[in-house]
Design a protein around this ligand. Structure first.
Ligand code: SAH
Length: 354
């Protein structure tokens, strides 16, 4: 296909994605394989218009508290996997977590995201106590959990304790691809079951995937988009895969800025109201990755609120940014970054808008 006719074919498909909110797998794949800088600009302009219609120029911020890097799982991509022997392990006590929230509240955060490895030390009772402790002290804030696969009963306890949201990336919607990224005891079927439970229990639920993880094809990405369309999540977390030196994928290629931005733009057209972060991983592969993410349709940033002394230990991938900064510095820096592109960080719980 000549380049002019390719561009017009892709822009036509982008129009169709905007009006139908979904395309057949072959056409999603065509956009993913055939996009160009010119069609990207076309997509991002539309994606910004859609997000601004619903969320204006507001960028929501979520304070990320990485409270444990112990993990019983052995995901092949992850720097805190069980067999990453170089990882120096840590856990935060409940009082330390509350302290992080106090600092965050003063800085304007109204959502706290508790993320960690799957660490049996934090029993359901402990999680319930942490969640209800935060909700009691900060009733005007949302609590998001990102602590992996649990039973429906456990999720129900967290929900009753007051947790509002749950992030559980599906990682890839193709079960064969899933099995190449995970040890055999982890299955896509269980991940999907967890996501279904979370949504049924009334959590604002987030799924998501890594962009250009090892073995991923353009068809696999189209399958991720089809799954997202069917699942209709409130949040979608995507970021480039970045290798970590202490994992079996240490020599794999990292995901690209261009492909991540393309997918952010496509997801915004598919789910106009979605809460879509410009992730730390995106900021790690390009100095202005997060700004570019916002300009491609994202509307959330998730700066780190973890105590400074543990930040360097929660390394899911190499060269992670902001591991040496205080939360206040991160906010000031992000505030300026958002202003530089005409957006503003807001003090708001930032709930999903129907
Ligand atoms: N244990 C929790 C939290 C996982 S960490 C859970 O299972 O949900 C959050 C996300 O970081 C993961 O879902 C994964 O998509 C992403 N991640 C892990 N390793 C990564 C890497 N090497 N590059 C980019 N993203 C990674």
């Amino acid at each position: 296909m000549s380049s002019a006719s390719n561009v017009s074919k892709i822009t036509e498909l982008i129009d169709k994605l905007e009006s139908k909110r979904i395309l057949p797998k072959s056409e999603l794949t065509e956009i993913i394989s055939g996009h160009t800088p010119e069609t990207d600009e076309y997509l991002f302009t539309k994606a910004r218009a859609v997000r601004e219609r619903i969320y204006g120029k507001d960028v929501y911020m979520r304070g990320l508290i990485e409270f444990t890097n112990y993990c019983k799982n052995d995901c092949l991509y992850c720097g805190i996997r069980r067999s990453a022997k170089g990882a120096e392990r840590y856990r935060l006590a409940e009082e330390q977590i509350i302290k992080c929230c106090e600092t965050g509240y003063k800085l304007g955060f109204r959502t706290f995201v508790l993320q960690g490895g799957e660490d049996g030390f934090y029993t359901d009772d402990k999680i319930v106590s942490i969640v209800s402790g935060i909700k009691e002290k900060f009733p005007d804030c949302a609590v998001t959990l990102s602590i992996g696969e649990k039973s429906r009963e456990s999720y129900e306890k967290y929900r009753k304790a007051g947790a509002d949201r749950y992030l559980l990336r599906h990682e890839t919607a193709n079960s064969e691809h899933y099995s190449r990224l995970h040890p055999k005891e982890l299955t896509l079927a269980n991940r999907m079951k967890c996501l279904a439970d979370l949504k049924e229990l009334g959590f604002q639920t987030g799924c998501g995937f890594m962009v250009q993880s090892p073995y991923q094809t353009a068809e696999n990405l189209a399958e991720d988009l089809l799954f997202i369309h069917n699942f209709q999540p409130h949040m979608v977390g995507i970021g480039p895969f970045i290798p970590h030196h202490d994992t079996p994928f240490s020599n794999e290629k990292k995901g690209s800025l261009e492909m991540t931005l393309l997918l952010l733009g496509m997801i915004r057209l598919m789910l106009p109201s979605v809460l879509l972060p410009a992730t730390t991983a995106l900021g790690t592969i390009h100095p202005n990755g997060r700004e570019k993410g916002i300009l491609a349709g994202a509307n959330v940033v998730m700066p780190n609120l973890s105590p400074k002394d543990v930040r360097k230990k929660y390394l899911l991938y190499d060269n992670k940014i902001c591991t040496g900064d205080e939360a206040a510095e991160c906010i000031a820096c992000l505030g300026k970054r958002m202003e530089s592109i005409g957006y503003r960080l807001v003090t708001d719980k930032g709930d999903y808008k129907e």
